[in-house]
Ligand binder design. Structure first.
Ligand SMILES: Cc1cc2nc3c(=O)[nH]c(=O)nc-3n(C[C@H](O)[C@H](O)[C@H](O)COP(=O)(O)OP(=O)(O)OC[C@H]3O[C@@H](n4cnc5c(N)ncnc54)[C@H](O)[C@@H]3O)c2cc1C
Ligand code: SF4
Length: 289
């Protein structure tokens, strides 16, 4: 399978040296620390992130223009956060000239598509200054997430402190210190159906992309992909914002990233082929053809 990890200039294991950011982040605090560094150094004027919405763990995209707003939006919400809906608003209503945006691999594809074909997006494309992609195996509609947590772990969404997928389990940590785990074979049927045709695991189109897989707990795997990504990353590392380790010196390492990316893409490619035979003489369209 060609180039499943996308093009990249370097891949490293890293975590932020900013203890305040790290404490409340999902993994190594890469996304929040990079945006905080970029804000502080006038590389971006604001970043579109998944802020807290009205319902627990149902994100509402926000344009963070301060460190405090970035910190309040930390951690993974395992449901859709339509971050791109604020791209136009960021330039028009907020008047930003240099926008940061975080998103799943499909959202990074949409960002690049908007840059190439800016229909209804006049003046937006060259204002995207830093696009950070997060790895993504699957996602859940909000109602499915509520059912997973409330029916399978017997916890209220309000009581949840952190959710995490890894080592074959969906883990739910509560504010009172409890941990409940659901095997992934149970969670599969709750996934968003659109995710089953997705062929990108590691956000191949981000300037930088990051996820936990491949690195030790509390650290992140970071792919530095574009020239802009490399410029921001190297300056942030030189300024002491991150500690790094070569990927071949950490466990489980890049082999696991490769393995999971291959599994996701193979499974979804097979599903796409199978879809072609649905219906009577009119199989479902393959969006990649
Ligand atoms: C649906 C989903 C599935 C994932 N699956 C995997 C996986 O299989 N393997 C893996 O290694 N990593 C996966 N990740 C990524 C991982 O959970 C972390 O988000 C990533 O490692 C960044 O951690 P951090 O400590 O750098 O982020 P933090 O510093 O905590 O910041 C996280 C940033 O992501 C934003 N964000 C949170 N939820 C969403 C969302 N739903 N959509 C868009 N932006 C969001 C936040 O607002 C924040 O800006 C997944 C993330 C999501 C959203
Ligand atoms: S699995 Fe693919 S389609 Fe689904 S949210 Fe993740 S990147 Fe998007």
């Amino acid at each position: 399978m060609a180039n499943i990890l996308g093009n990249y200039k370097q891949v490293i294991s890293a975590r932020t040296t900013d203890r305040e950011i790290l404490r409340g982040s999902q993994d190594g605090g890469i996304v929040t620390a990079l945006f905080a560094y970029a804000l502080e150094n006038n590389i971006i004027d604001g970043a579109i992130v998944a802020g807290a919405g009205d319902l627990p763990w149902k994100p509402e995209p926000i344009i963070a223009q301060t460190r405090e707003e970035l910190l309040a939006a930390r951690k993974t919400k395992y449901t859709l956060s339509p971050n791109l809906q604020l791209l136009k608003e960021a330039t028009r209503s907020y008047g930003l000239d240099r926008i940061g945006i975080v998103g799943t691999p499909c959202q990074m594809q949409a960002v690049r598509k908007a840059q190439l074909y800016p229909v209804g997006m006049r003046d937006v494309p060259d204002k995207i200054a830093l696009a950070i992609g997060i790895f993504c195996m699957e996602n859940f509609p909000y109602q499915s997430l509520v059912q997973l947590v409330e029916d399978h772990t017997n916890q209220k969404m309000e009581a949840v402190k952190k959710m995490e997928i890894g080592k074959g389990k969906f883990s739910v940590y509560t504010e009172r210190g409890a941990l409940a785990q659901i095997p992934l074979k149970v969670t599969h049927k709750y996934e968003q159906p659109g995710c089953h045709v997705c062929l990108d695991y590691v956000a191949n189109l981000g300037d930088i992309s990051t996820g936990s897989v491949g690195s030790p707990d509390g650290w992140s795997t970071v792919f530095v992909r574009s020239k802009q990504g490399e410029s921001v990353w190297s300056k942030a590392v030189a300024a002491g914002w991150f500690e790094t380790k070569p990927m071949d010196q950490v466990k489980p390492g890049l082999d696991l990233v490769n393995k999971l990316a291959t599994e996701k893409i193979t499974k979804n490619q097979n599903y796409l082929i199978a879809r072609g035979s649905y219906g009577v003489g009119k199989g479902l369209r393959n969006p990649y053809l």
